[in-house]
Design a protein. Structure first.
Length: 614
């Protein structure tokens, strides 16, 4: 890809020195008299334990976000402090357990180690050689590790004694259940510009200019970075790539299931413990006393839990496939077997078999193959671009020596067009500052960009002449909302004096069973919050985005504690609440122990550890 390629010798020297000088994060071993990063009472926290704890924090963050994280970035967001805090808490509990004489015997420790999967062989039995090899990999010895296991078990026993046996009070669980499952019946009307008694007057130039000044924040350009960038995306080079027909045909054959699909069915499934229970449920459906949706709701499930998507005949057990693919009409069928037990199946629609020939798919697959190859070319070019940047190349030099194209963008939170549409570019642009070295950014879909901030423009009120149309639209929205809010207040006064909502000449919406965390289409964001703060027959008004709403609360519906799904929901609430209470008790106990312990942090050793982590 590069027009000129050649790595700076200085760059390679630096890389070699880094490889020799740094053993890699997580592999560094610290020894000697200065390897204790902290002490809590009589318990020491070893530098190697600290390194492993930081590594665990990094891995957990990367797994949760899907983004790799360097150690310097980890320190910026406090992962190193979180790791140290975890170790201090653990050490405090270990120290307390020692002080209380809490300990476990060798047999318990041996059993715990033998049950650890990474120390077992292929048959699930403890393997001494595997155990010793694993300990060497983490820089530990059997003696130290077994002492660590013993203290961990003792600390766990101490925690269990603090948090064990906690049961959530019934009144607390019932209150939570009622709060979460209460619903509301509500009647509401939305007032729009069409409900104004008369149209808004035409605003004068003076009125618009005054509005422009009064609502200056609406028309102020935020702080803006002027960014020069070099960009290369697969689309920029894909047209120049020729793809052999054999390669396209191989791609077609590899994805044949995508282009040749058998007849399929849209299916939902509800599993029961016995055939009799499933047959009884089907009888209720056939008798009209319940629907398939009702059965799902009674089980405390959602439609997503029952949805199997579109399935082919071979995706189902043979008996179920014969029934569901032997009918041409949607309906509920069963009891039929499933991998989880007897089930009722609802077949909702038939998807006909489809076949796309190679000739029909060839053009699209050729574009995909070219794009894939373009992504690989760009990926392979990353190293040469980094070499150029390390050698001091700026944006013009990159454009001259590679296939990248230059551009400039005025970037702020309101800009999403062009290269600013890439999430990775936006994140890098937000972090970049004038004077920073040009930074290589790997974009979504396989592209790369190099960005450099030329200057930062301070927030500035955009001239009236430039935003005049925006001012007119904003003025109309604000004035309409004011007028409608006043109109809504008049109508509420009429309702309070005995008028009926049905007689107001408005389009009414009536919703029953509105849930606390639900959403009613056509209502403003604070609708539910307002409704759940009202009492029956209360009236309220809301306004947003140029409209106004009148709301009347018709009823508060208490959940039925005797409903079929209530018992399982209450039990789940009880378990979750007890678990949260246990966690809170243990956290409070741990903090109390830490406050009563002699905690000493050896910052010099921590700094030395940080210096050896790349």
């Amino acid at each position: 890809m590069a027009k000129k390629k050649g790595a700076s010798a200085g760059v390679w020297v630096i890389l070699i020195l880094l490889i020799l000088g740094l053993a890699g994060f997580g592999a560094t071993s610290f020894s000697g008299s200065q390897q204790t990063v902290a002490t809590v009472g009589d318990v020491e926290i070893d530098a190697n334990d600290y390194v492993r704890a930081v590594d665990n924090q990094l891995r957990a963050f990367s797994q949760a976000t899907g983004q790799p994280l360097s150690f310097s970035q980890a320190r910026m967001i406090g992962l190193d402090s979180a790791a140290l805090g975890t170790l201090v808490s653990r050490a405090a509990l270990e120290n307390e357990a020692r002080a209380l004489g809490v300990s476990l015997g060798d047999e318990t420790v041996a059993q715990e180690i033998a049950q650890t999967r990474r120390f077992q062989d292929g048959t699930g039995n403890f393997n001494r050689e595997t155990y010793e090899f694993a300990l060497r990999e983490i820089g530990s010895s059997a003696r130290d590790y077994e002492a660590e296991v013993r203290s961990t078990l003792a600390s766990g026993l101490l925690q269990a004694s603090v948090g064990g046996g906690v049961i959530a009070p019934d009144i607390f669980v019932d209150t939570l259940f009622t709060y979460a499952r209460e619903t509301r019946d509500v009647t509401w009307a939305r007032l729009t510009a069409n409900d104004l008694a008369e149209p808004l007057p035409e605003p004068s130039e003076d009125v618009l200019r005054a509005f422009h000044e009064e609502y200056a924040e609406r028309f102020t350009r935020p702080e803006t970075k002027v960014i020069d960038y070099a960009l290369l995306t697969p689309d920029m080079i894909a047209d120049e790539i020729e793809v052999d027909e054999s390669e396209v045909r191989a791609l077609y054959d590899a994805r044949i299931e995508e282009f040749v699909q058998p007849e399929r069915r849209l299916i939902e499934r509800l599993v029961f413990q016995t055939d009799d229970a499933a047959a009884e449920a089907l009888a209720r459906i056939d008798g009209g006393s319940a629907s398939f949706d009702d059965l799902i709701e009674e089980r405390g499930l959602s439609l997503d839990d029952a949805d199997l998507g579109d399935l082919a005949r071979e995706d189902l057990p043979t008996e179920a496939a014969e029934v569901l693919f032997g009918t041409e009409e949607p309906g509920v069928f069963g009891p039929l077997p499933s991998s989880l037990g007897p089930a009722l199946y609802r077949m909702n629609a038939i998807l006909s078999a489809q076949e796309t020939s190679f000739e029909e798919a060839e053009e699209e697959l050729s574009r995909e193959a070219a794009s894939d190859r373009a992504r690989r070319i760009i990926l392979e070019s990353v190293a040469s671009v980094e070499d150029l940047l390390a050698g001091g190349a700026d944006i013009p030099a990159l454009v001259e020596r590679t296939d990248m194209e230059a551009g400039r963008i005025d970037f702020n939170d309101e800009v999403f067009e062009g290269v600013a549409a890439y999430t990775a570019f936006r994140e890098a642009a937000e972090a970049a500052q004038p004077g920073d070295f040009a930074e290589l950014v790997e974009l979504d879909e396989g592209g790369i960009a190099v960005i450099s901030v030329a200057e930062v423009l301070e927030p500035e009120l955009r001239p009236f002449a430039v935003v005049r149309d925006e001012v007119i639209a904003a003025w109309e929205m604000v004035e309409t909302e004011k007028a409608l809010t006043a109109r809504a207040a008049e109508l509420v006064a009429a309702l309070e004096n005995g008028a009926e909502m049905a007689g107001l000449g408005l389009n009414l919406g009536t919703d029953r069973g509105v849930e606390r965390q639900g959403f009613v289409p056509g209502t403003p964001p604070d609708f539910n919050e307002t409704v759940f703060g009202m009492e029956p027959d209360d009236l309220a008004t809301l306004s947003a985005d140029g409209d106004a709403w009148i709301i009347r609360l018709d009823a508060i519906n208490q959940p039925d504690p005797d409903a079929p799904e209530a018992a399982s929901v209450l039990a789940r609430f009880g378990v979750e609440t007890a678990r949260e209470m246990q966690t809170s008790l243990i956290q409070a106990f741990t903090q109390s122990v830490i406050r009563g312990s002699d905690v000493r942090i050896n910052q010099a050793v921590i700094d030395a550890v940080h210096a050896q982590i790349p």
